[in-house]
Design a protein around this ligand. Sequence first.
Ligand code: GLP
Length: 262
Amino acid sequence: MDVIILPGPEAVGSHAANLIAQRAAANPEMVLGIATGSSPLGTYRELALLRAQGQATLDRVRCFALDEYVGLPDGHPASYAVVVADEVTTPLGLDPANVHIPDGSAVDIHQACLDYEQALTGAGGVDLQILGIGTNGHIGFNEPISSLASRTRIKALSAQTRRDNARFFSSGDAVPTHCITQGLGTIMDAQEILLVAQGPSKAEAVAAAIEGPVASMCPASLLQFHPRVTVLLDEDAASQLTLTDYYRFVTDAKPLLIGEGQ
Ligand code: GLP
């Protein structure tokens, strides 16, 4: 795992965008796993900027979102279908036919989850998965005590996550109770993972994920088992780590290899 501590949220976004652009240059049809929430928004903005400057070519990139709320009406502004269209597909100039999101309004949710797994497999799996992290250590919407081997399925959201995400809705009660999320096993199948976190509210979850024991109480800690993970943090998100001197030493010692080795 490469843990890279950057001065602020802007640097996190720009570092992440450059890494994604590099991977897309090497593999123009790569499958990019996309996260929603506020954490990767800076990354998408920087990536759009790189594209506008001719430094990123993304038109053949294929995308799979991590998750979606269940039961929101079509076109709801907080639905991940709308967020992905506005923050990712349009600004990055992606072909909408290449952007996949779990179907949270499916009549048969179980079948929709199976279909999503099949579509992922059919596309050859995720090459690079972008992740944020919840304040309770969730990735995707895999809440604490999610099975470490889980696949795409319906999940009940925790009270903490519903409180955290209330800012995207008219009220706390308007936050859906359920979601479809790629499982932890699904996420771990990605060839490479890029986790971004900013701000003091993420510090505890980040420390538990990177330096704590691997435990379903902190789903992101499972990433310790993944051979190719880069974690980009601002100073606030890194503030509860204990080995920061070591992470800085490693980063300084191999600037050319950032994102390449663990
Ligand atoms: C959200 C998403 C996750 C995201 C996390 C953190 O609800 N389902 O994919 O990483 O929770 O959200 P934010 O980045 O807004 O803090």
